[in-house]
Write a protein that binds this ligand. Structure first.
Ligand code: SF4
Ligand code: SF4
Length: 93
């Protein structure tokens, strides 16, 4: 799944990203106030995000970063640990 990562502390609630998002999934979170005294944005429907990154590009304060997810693919790296202990040579006195 794609992800929108929001650095809420930096957001000044200017709404540029909200107006720019083609999926209309960004809103001001009126339940939160950041240290700057603004309502930061939040994403209402993460699965709908296309990772177009328009929001990230339009934000003047670099609040948003977008992560493109991989489609239903669990990457299980098959790491074969060849755990062959080198024999330490029995010290026989
Ligand atoms: S990456 Fe695109 S679809 Fe996703 S929240 Fe930003 S503008 Fe909207
Ligand atoms: S464009 Fe940036 S500063 Fe403005 S509301 Fe969106 S995230 Fe916040």
């Amino acid at each position: 799944m794609n992800r929108v990562i929001i650095n809420e502390a930096l957001c000044k609630g200017c709404r540029l990203c909200i107006d720019a998002c083609p999926k209309d999934i960004l809103v001001l979170d009126t339940g939160k106030v950041n240290a700057k005294g603004y309502n930061p944005i939040s994403c209402t429907d993460m699965p709908a995000c296309t990772a177009c990154a328009i929001c990230a590009r339009i934000c003047p304060d670099s609040v948003i970063s977008v992560e493109r997810g991989t489609a239903l693919k669990s990457a299980s790296t098959d790491s074969k640990a060849t755990d062959s202990h080198a024999d330490e040579g029995g010290i026989s006195k």
